[in-house]
Design a protein around this ligand. Sequence first.
Ligand SMILES: [Zn+2]
Length: 352
Amino acid sequence: MYSILIKNGRIWNGSRFSYGDIFIDGGKVIELADRIDRDAYFTYDAKGNTVSAGFVDIHTHMKGISPDVYGICIDSVCLPFGVTTAADAGALTGDDSLLNSFAVDSFAYAFAEIKNNSVLTDALDKRIKAYGERLAGLKISFDTTGGEIYDIKPLREVCKISRFLGLPITVHTSGSPVSMLEIVKELKSGDILTHAFHGGANTSVEDDCASLRLAREKGVVIDAGLAGYVHTDFGVFRKAVESGYSPDVISTDITCASAFIRGGRYGMTMCMSVAREAGMSEEAIFRAVTSTPARVLGTESGRLFEGCVADLCVIGGGDELCLTDKAGNTVKSADGYKCLLTVKNGQILYRY
Ligand SMILES: [Zn+2]
């Protein structure tokens, strides 16, 4: 363990911006102040950049936890983008000891498989036990293209199990057999609507934002779940922001298929850049990648204060952004967010 002094940054502590210095030692944030003059093993000048609580990505796919067609070495796609806490939102295999072996603080949403319009409960039960303390909730991919799903019944079954266990559900919404509004009607406070701006045939967002309004009223978490260009219509995203329904959470849905096809730049910072182009404020963006997803996961991370675990990142600008969605909308920026430094448990694990 070594000491780190980060000077002159704009600090995002999970709830507001301020300016100052941060001193880290023994894996913890020791001091946060306007000005700190101490000797440190490593001193970093963050002038012109933002020093943020480490990002929290609640929708990823980890190698060994998600199926091989999606799963990716999670540390390699989190740490270069400032993410220090992540959850697998399609967890089928592996266990808590595998999750504990990653450098990134890792959690799992146990995947509810559906056959013939019914949840395979025994397999789900085994999975729930295997993830132990690392279980974040349940996941249903409520998508007719990916499974034997015919109507609302499987969603209701998963809701029933989740209520019984006292766990939230994250619901993949694109391609569902019912409208997004019908999905939200089944959910309760703390459940997660992922791919909320997918713009597919079963959404009513584009017309009246009815499903997002109901989600907000009920305390259902609106998660952008961008998935590169696959599960997000940038036009719908922009319209939702304009209508007052910015996502509560921005997640990547990163997989081995999306991670490296944008020159290795697809990750949390690129999703934040898309959110800025969609009209979100800087404060709303940083909140949606730190304190709010941390609260959704029930972790202490996503905030910076004296005595907290030193999970943080330094974010600058100047990254090139160019993404086209399935609807043909392109978002472009020459000044996208770029991660310059990632500190996990007081250790520098990434430096640009
Ligand atoms: Zn996913």
